[in-house]
Ligand binder design. Structure first.
Ligand code: EPU
Length: 432
């Protein structure tokens, strides 16, 4: 078993460099399927979700060349339209972007239903609604989602999303860029990664306007050409380290960020007593005084991101007073609460609302990463707690955080990756 072992109590001092955005990368890499010719993609995060998508692209026949640690060149000229392998697709949520990309390229896609974190029901009806509005027939058969454009190529049309969905907005964009005619997505999501996907596609010759607003207009083009593109920094990775400094105390310069994307997070952490200075492409976070209580409601961008809910909750466990969190996006995103309680947190959950009574201190304990962001919250709690915390099920964390142990160690955290052999005969843990 592999786990993180944290000796809590060290304040954090130094610099942390933020990697490319996971939720942009997992859409932009499949978008390379729509491009005729090589595209060079820079600032790719080294996380397991990205490794899996690159593996799927290779299985489909793409040439994927590693240029350096964060750059790949992908050429999808000889990709074959074949079913996406079940064993790979089921491990990640973002495999749903292969439906939009393959439909857009070949007019046909066969992709297993996606996996990803268990956050309650995660339907993709709005994605399908968009494909159908563009003339696709979609059915689920033999455990596969099979989508086919009736005329061999999708035809642009109006799509009104019943709820703001990041995945549906991006998937419909992917399917629409090479469709015949114009597509208009109304009630679109506005997250920075939506703008990033549109910028990537436009730099390869697509014609997308309005990304970042709730109406996106896409004029279909016949082909996209190769080019070069750099992915934006990860807003949630940056927010996670900002929350870690707020919880553990100290002063850290978080570099390679777009401060504007962090506004919603910065505002809350400032209410909680962190001092935050914005620079051109960095934020300095300092927390020396007490942590103040606050209330949070998660919402689509530019509201407070659901993907920061668990990390902020971990910091609020140590606030003076009572905080209330309302989850406004997912049905079930409080599975981590039982784990925080094991460390002495006082949290009551009723449906989508969590009430946190701040405590004087948390105490280290063995805990589980229930999902990606829940795992990050366990690390934050462990850094701020007294004593030793052991976080297992860390494969969830590795899906979305590049080198988290190295980045935190560099700012003074006592955190180690420990491989423990399962066999009872081998008793000595190996430290890596
Ligand atoms: N929804 C539907 N039908 C749909 C699509 C969404 O009912 O067809 C509902 C969902 O059930 C949810 C809400 O709409 O209640 C929003 O879902 P959305 O489609 O925006 O989420 P997603 O695209 O599946 C992405 C991120 C999540 C992040 C959400 C919200 C990726 C791969 N995942 O999921 O990221 O929480 O947007 O911002 O981009 C994470 O990184 O930890 C993570 C879970």
């Amino acid at each position: 078993m592999t786990k993180y072992v944290i000796e809590g109590g060290n304040p954090l001092y130094g610099n942390i460099e933020i990697s490319g955005a996971k939720n942009a990368a997992v859409a932009i890499l499949p978008a390379a399927l729509l491009v005729d010719g090589p595209c060079r993609i820079e600032n790719i995060p080294q996380i397991s979700d990205v490794t899996l998508i690159l593996q799927i692209l290779r299985e489909l026949g793409a040439s994927v060349r590693t240029i350096n640690r964060t750059t790949v060149e992908i050429d999808c000229s000889s990709v074959r339209n074949q079913p996406v392998p079940y064993e790979l697709a089921r491990k990640i949520r973002a495999s749903y972007y292969l439906i939009g990309a393959l439909l857009g390229r070949f007019g046909k896609a066969e992709v297993p239903p996606p996996g990803g974190c268990d956050l309650g029901g995660r339907p993709i009806d709005q994605h399908i609604k968009g494909f159908v509005a563009m003339g696709a027939q979609v059915e689920v058969q033999g455990g596969m989602i099979r989508a086919r454009a009736k005329e061999g190529r999708l035809t642009g049309g109006p799509v009104y999303l019943d709820m703001v969905s990041v995945g549906a907005t991006m998937n419909i964009m992917l399917s629409a860029v090479r469709a015949a005619g114009n597509t208009v997505i109304e009630n679109a999501a506005k997250e920075p990664h939506i703008v990033d996907l549109a910028n990537f596609l436009n730099s390869m010759g697509a014609d997308i306007m309005g990304a970042g607003t709730d109406v996106i207009k896409i004029r279909g083009v016949d082909r996209l050409h190769g080019g070069s593109y750099s992915i934006i920094p990860d807003q949630i990775e940056a927010g996670t380290y900002m929350a870690a400094v707020t919880a553990a105390g100290g002063e850290v310069l978080i570099r390679n960020v777009i401060p504007k994307h962090l506004d919603c997070i910065t505002a809350k952490l400032a209410e909680m007593g962190a001092e935050i200075e914005e620079h051109d492409d960095a934020v300095l976070v300092r927390r020396t005084g007490p942590i103040h209580r606050t209330n949070i409601k998660t919402m689509p961008y530019p509201g407070f991101p659901t993907d920061m809910q668990a990390q902020i909750a971990a910091a609020l466990c140590l606030a003076q007073g009572t905080s209330v969190i309302t989850e406004g996006v997912w049905d079930n995103r409080y599975r981590y609460v039982d784990e925080l309680r094991r460390m002495g947190a006082q949290i009551q959950v009723d449906g989508k609302v969590a009430v946190i009574e701040g405590v004087d201190h948390l105490t280290g304990a063995p805990v589980r990463a229930c999902d990606l962001r829940a795992g990050a919250a366990m690390i934050i709690a462990g850094l701020a707690a007294r004593g030793r915390t052991e976080v297992d099920h860390i494969y969830h964390i590795e899906r979305g955080y590049e080198d988290i142990v190295r980045k935190l160690s560099a700012v003074g955290a006592d955190i180690r990756l420990v491989h423990e052999p399962d066999e009872e005969t081998q008793k000595t843990p190996q430290v890596g």
